[in-house]
Write a protein that binds this ligand. Structure first.
Ligand SMILES: Cc1cc2nc3c(=O)[nH]c(=O)nc-3n(C[C@H](O)[C@H](O)[C@H](O)COP(=O)(O)OP(=O)(O)OC[C@H]3O[C@@H](n4cnc5c(N)ncnc54)[C@H](O)[C@@H]3O)c2cc1C
Length: 402
């Protein structure tokens, strides 16, 4: 049986990293992708140090770094008071060869991983193939997919990885709950080519405000020059056409940057944000990874990073099972390790980050911002904050779980 490939639903960054990791270990893999190309939409763009180190083990870290921008310092600001705290990843340079946030669009990682995958004859990406579901028995899994002509095909798999995003068909077939909640407000995300460094910003900054908090990320785009992506909350009741109105967007930028300039806005969109974790990451021979398993708000840049951490953890265990005769019980450890750290770190930190930025009570707000000032002023506290926010702590914690 085990000569059947591992089938991965979804050629997003998580599915492709998982596929490359398996292919490099000599394991046959088939990736099903519903689109006819690798999706190029502007989404995640921050890679934390442990993720960059993992990509090095797949020999794609250097290529990604060559297309990316390095952000060694990032800020928390208050909309009215200005700079509150500036974090410096140089303080953890003894813990990682990459003491910076690496900023690059996630589709560039997907393309690099797909190119590397193409070097392996035992790896295949089937574009325009939408996974419809699966059935499993004691010996394997039969995956159903709709091909480009609309006809249903079946592929027999040794194991299946559901990396098909937040609306995962694999998760729905599994029938596990996607536990958590959806934030009532939506996020407006737009981009400008105006260089925010001219007004004192670092390549990544978070601005606290009870009504108009925001998050700022520099991205290489097709530059130089780079592009700056900015996210704002939008009240639940506001109509999307109103939100995307050019004057409304200009008003948002001028509210925190100099009002005397006009800012070009080549990109804007509105999206909904969720905090959810699948109750089970494993059903027999089927596992979930990435957004299929968990989703969170983007404040802290942890969604895609944690998905890549899933992919690396899971593929190492699958290799033990498929190549070295380990018991498939090892795959339960994947569920325990990755689900636990998603709840304890990714969900907890991203919810805390959002609450910090939007705090309405002036007393609590002052206390929290003072705590951040004290954190950066104390080297040990600053270091510990970076160990958590760079996801080093979450990897250590996962490794402790049996
Ligand atoms: C606006 C925005 C900003 C974000 N910013 C950040 C950030 O700064 N840092 C961060 O870490 N994360 C961020 N995220 C989250 C990040 O984009 C996701 O965590 C990441 O895309 C997850 O990758 P994935 O491969 O698991 O899923 P996806 O990228 O969603 O990929 C899933 C793939 O599966 C395919 N697919 C879906 N259904 C099927 C099917 N039935 N059959 C076959 N294929 C299928 C899709 O076409 C897609 O290619 C952001 C998200 C958004 C929306």
């Amino acid at each position: 049986m085990e000569h059947h490939p591992v089938v991965i639903s979804g050629a997003g960054p998580v599915g492709l990293v998982a596929a490359l990791s398996l292919a490099q270990k000599g394991i046959a893999v088939v990736v099903l992708e519903s689109e006819d190309h690798i999706p190029q939409d502007l989404r995640a763009g921050t890679f934390h140090p442990p993720t960059v180190e993992m990509l090095d083990t797949l020999n794609i870290g250097e290529t990604l770094r060559s297309r990316a921008l390095r952000v060694p310092e990032w800020q928390i600001r208050d909309r009215k008071q200005g700079l509150v705290a500036q974090f410096d990843l140089g303080i953890i340079a003894d813990l990682t060869p990459y003491p910076f946030r690496l900023h690059v669009e996630q589709h560039k990682l997907s393309s690099i991983a797909a190119e590397a995958l193409a070097q392996h004859a035992h790896a295949q990406i089937l574009f325009s193939h939408r996974c419809l579901g699966y059935e499993q028995d004691a010996d394997g899994v039969t995956v159903q997919a709709a091909g480009p002509d609309g006809r249903t095909i079946e592929i027999r798999a040794s194991y299946v990885i559901g990396a098909d995003g937040a609306r995962s068909v694999v998760r729905k077939t599994m029938g596990t709950e996607f536990e958590g909640f959806t934030w009532p407000e939506r996020f407006l995300v737009f981009a400008t080519r105006y260089d925010l460094r001219e007004q004192g910003y670092t390549g990544n900054a978070y601005i606290a405000d009870p009504d108009e908090w925001s998050a700022i990320f520099i991205q290489p785009h097709d530059g130089p020059p780079p592009i700056w992506r900015i996210a704002f909350p939008i009240p639940a009741e506001m109509d999307e056409t109103e939100v995307l109105d050019p004057d409304f967007v200009q008003g948002k930028i001028k509210g925190f940057l100099s009002p005397d300039l006009d800012y070009d806005v080549p990109y804007k969109s509105v999206y909904r944000v969720h905090q959810r974790v699948a109750k089970d990451f494993r059903d027999g021979r089927v596992m979930l990874a990435g957004d299929a398993a968990h989703v969170n708000n983007p404040l802290g840049g942890m969604g895609l990073n944690s998905g890549i951490h899933d992919a690396m953890n899971l593929t190492a265990k699958l290799a033990e099972v498929l190549l070295h005769g380990a018991s498939s019980d090892l795959l339960d450890r994947y569920h325990r390790q990755r689900r636990t750290v998603n709840v304890e770190y990714v969900q907890a930190i991203t919810i805390r980050n959002k609450r910090l930025l939007e705090e309405r009570d002036p007393e609590v707000r002052r206390e929290r911002l003072d705590e951040l000032r004290a954190t950066v002023a104390d080297r040990d506290a600053h270091r510990q904050y970076l160990i958590n926010s760079s996801m080093i702590a979450s990897i250590r914690r996962a490794n402790e779980i049996q």
